[in-house]
Design a protein around this ligand. Structure first.
Ligand SMILES: Nc1ncnc2c1ncn2[C@@H]1O[C@H](COP(=O)(O)OP(=O)(O)OP(=O)(O)O)[C@@H](O)[C@H]1O
Ligand SMILES: [Mg+2]
Length: 353
């Protein structure tokens, strides 16, 4: 049987355009915002201190893509300004952040060094010239004290903080806030025309001509607009085209989009900020102890001040799994008999499509 018959040419001409970390060359409709960030950075060209910007807005509205695009442009323009980009979802402690900062300046001898020593190394390096620091998803940081040192001890710099939550800055420790004096910059959701424009441009890059039925594409535009999230549109584009390929069709039709949407609903993960406090607390413990046995995770939870008894904790774990925040895996027949491993689930925002 011809199980592996490929069924003709792929519909994707440039599939990388739908990778989650793909950086498009142009970022439409964000010129004003990028201009403001560029203006804040510009004094660094004269080795003067730049301004700090606090960027906020909902998920999938181009905050990351706009800032990264600007950094790319800056890199083309000059070697004199060091740029640091930290995703605080991935590097959520001061120590991890400093390791990342050291990586960026190619400092390799980080082993056995304390946080303060690492900070000194970064400080000395940056104080020779000028630097932009971008902390994306900054609200995920465990501890923001080092921001205070950064503001105080590093001179010619701009600090760009990005988050979904305007409240985060409102509630920021006043000691840091007063020194940071960041400009506020809001990214609003795209309107319908803009949503269509962004998705259309990506579609033209990724697919050959005449691959998409107009109504199929329009259904995706409407969905992304109602979700106010470009990412859901890109996800649907990829899924729908894959479904069309699977049935050996040369075109993506409305029915493919409908199947992709069903899948989206099935898989969509609730956002962590929809969780109530206790569950979020448990999730955070799981994240830090990902891959460990449930008993160990429970101990870590108690050590961190959690008060639930084990049974209740177990139920909470089950609930988090149902909501697809975490996954558990049963291991049978070990020395200790059956046990369950608990792993932090996929990233929240469909970034792994
Ligand atoms: N103006 C645009 N032009 C091209 N692509 C865009 C534009 N706006 C958003 N995108 C695409 O949409 C996706 C989401 O954008 P981005 O990652 O910048 O969102 P975000 O605002 O940082 O969201 P989050 O708060 O969830 O991190 C990315 O794949 C990005 O490439
Ligand atoms: Mg982002």
């Amino acid at each position: 049987m011809a199980f592996f018959e490929t069924g003709g040419r792929s519909l994707f001409r440039n599939p990388i355009g739908l990778d989650y970390d793909y950086q498009p060359k142009v970022v439409k409709y964000r010129e004003m915002e990028m201009r403001q960030v560029a203006a804040a950075i510009r004094p660094l060209f004269q080795k003067r201190s730049g301004r700090n910007v606090f960027i906020f807005g909902p998920s999938g509205v181009g905050k990351t893509v706009a800032v990264r695009n600007l950094l790319n442009e800056l890199e083309q323009e000059t070697d004199e300004i060091t740029q640091f980009y930290i995703n605080c979802w991935k590097s959520d402690t001061t120590f991890k952040v400093l390791i990342e900062l050291c990586n960026t300046i190619n400092y390799k001898f980080t082993q056995n060094k304390r946080t303060e020593e690492l900070f000194d190394i970064v400080k000395k390096d940056v104080n020779k010239g000028a630097a932009v620091f971008v902390f994306d998803e900054v609200d995920k940081l465990d501890d923001i004290d080092f921001l205070y040192s950064l503001v105080e001890d590093v001179f010619n710099k701009s600090i760009i903080l990005i988050t979904n939550h305007k409240d985060w800055v409102v509630n920021l420790d006043s000691r840091i806030k007063s020194r940071l004096t960041a400009e506020m910059l809001e990214f609003r959701p795209y309107d319908l025309t803009e949503t269509r424009g962004v998705l259309q441009e990506r579609l033209e890059f990724v697919f050959g001509p005449n691959v998409w039925d107009a109504d199929a594409f329009e259904a995706i535009v409407q969905k992304a607009f109602s979700a106010q999230d470009i990412r859901s549109g890109l996800y649907l584009m990829k899924e729908a085209a894959s479904i069309a390929e699977e049935r050996n069709s040369g075109r993506v039709e409305a029915s493919d989009v409908a199947s992709a949407m069903a899948k989206l609903d099935e898989f969509s993960i609730k956002r962590t900020d929809e969780l109530e406090d206790e569950s979020r607390f448990v999730l955070n413990i799981v994240r830090k102890n990902s891959g460990r046995k449930i008993g160990e995770v429970y101990n870590a939870y108690r050590e961190a001040g959690g008060e639930m008894v084990y049974k209740t904790f177990q139920r909470r774990i089950t609930k988090l799994e149902e909501d697809r925040f975490i996954v558990t895996e049963k291991i049978t027949g070990g020395v200790e008999g059956t046990t369950t491993l608990v792993k932090f689930g996929s990233e929240k925002k469909l970034t792994e499509f």
